[in-house]
Design a protein around this ligand. Sequence first.
Ligand code: ADP
Ligand code: GLC
Length: 523
Amino acid sequence: MTEPRYTVRHYVSQDCDDAQLMMNLMVFGASHTKDGSDGLVKMRVLFAASEVAPLIKTGGLADVGAALPAALRAIGVDVRVLLPGYTVVMAQCQSYDVVTTFSTLVGFPPARLLSGKMANGVPLFVLDCPALYQRDGGPYQDAHGNDWPDNAKRFGLLSKVAALLGGRASPLAWHPNLVHCNDWQTGLTPAYLHFQQGAVPSIMTLHNLAFQGNFPAETVQTLGLPASSLNMEGLEFHGFMSFLKAGMFYADHITTVSPNYAKEIQQDELGFGMQGLLADRNHELTGILNGIDVDEWNAASDPYLVKHYNSNDLSGKATNKQAVQKRLGLNPDPDVPLLGVVSRFTHQKGLDLLLEIAPRLMDLPVQLAMLGSGDAAMQQAARDLSERYPGKIAVMIGFSEALSHQIEAGADMFIMPSRFEPCGLNQMYSQRYGTPPIVHATGGLSDSVVDCTPQTLVDGSASGFVFSGMTANNLSNTIQRAIRLYRERKDWQALCKNCMAKDFSWETSAKAYLDVYRKVLGR
Ligand code: ADP
Ligand code: GLC
């Protein structure tokens, strides 16, 4: 470990943070910041996650990891985030202070805890453990897409430290009232808390049940958990130890990222084997739709756009479309509908259906712009299509924050045919940018997009195109339905404006999380 660009100090929380909270209370109004007894909410929450934007991001968890804590602070909750110190994170946190060290955690290499503030003002603890986190590659996989072989240890440590900070033996002066865990990477925290003296309650948020963190059974002992926990009434799952099962079993409350997904995961089809446990805990399971960061995703001020626009005047959208066409080598035709995709290329996202129907779509006046990466075969199929239809299909393999914003704004329609989607953020970003999404009726997509029918168009609720039945034909027919409406300029404009009028801000969802916190704490 290279010592220290950092100064070691004991972490004494507060003053300026509380002043900041007071400011927020004044700005956002006191009505929802009172707890009915002594004024302020006065709740301290440790929010543990494996991704937080913009420090480290592979998907929507990172967006939520940044925006939800900020929204909770805005309603008076003292939330602080805990994140692993991956190489890219450490590079961005060089001015952080070391607040404590962990040299004797059985089974884990030495680590230390840094403290600082994210750009959005949320206090951040970074868990620096070079032996586990300092390496090239992604947070979960190496550069070739293979899972890191020591992932159990890497996220075991994250889970363990989150639990330590929520226990009596915490080395910090700041003591959370509860720990809020996210996905399997922090799934062991509720288990560690359960076996720890004087621990606070925990919440487990499921962002995606498909990723479970299942490891060989014997891993349990190497992570300092009692062998007795490897039980059906514990963290055992089909002979494995499961981080996510641990979280769902031991947490005081489970939340997931949309109301519809909360129902779906209690059924066989989308329960990924956990449906029994989830149905049993039904009364302690709450679906809360994610919000979006409406400042970052704002067509009127987005620095990535070549021209700003708003719902009163969408004319700037055409300029953004032209810029995307130019950047991606598509024909510079303003009248041909441009379909946009920004996505992980995985089975979940259903892009195989889009690739399958793309040749058929090419008989229509339509263009397709795809940004994403993932499954090698899907990437190749997408590249092949772009070579076969130059000027009509463009594919960018990789991760680009700038291009993702530009496609959301420049496309006429956004395609998201996910097989399952716990929440999904892109369909909300696209609506905010006046780009009606075309989505499969599943999870959070059903909760956030209203299908365009003559009726919903008239009553002003229509905000996209929704298809049921995950087949290539259904997707193709729905795209054609959207293209027909695109030709009706007045109706199309009305639809785009409906999209932009929708409120996807975090405030409502943050209040719903606060309700869950209160319930768990019995307040
Ligand atoms: P998931 O987390 O399942 O991938 P979400 O819709 O919740 O799906 O969130 C995906 C997030 O990742 C969005 O912020 C989206 O813009 C972003 N994203 C996905 N792929 C890319 C990419 N290739 N380049 C830039 N951003 C991307
Ligand atoms: C997961 C889900 C996605 C959700 C995101 C943030 O990655 O796949 O649907 O929007 O988490 O909660």
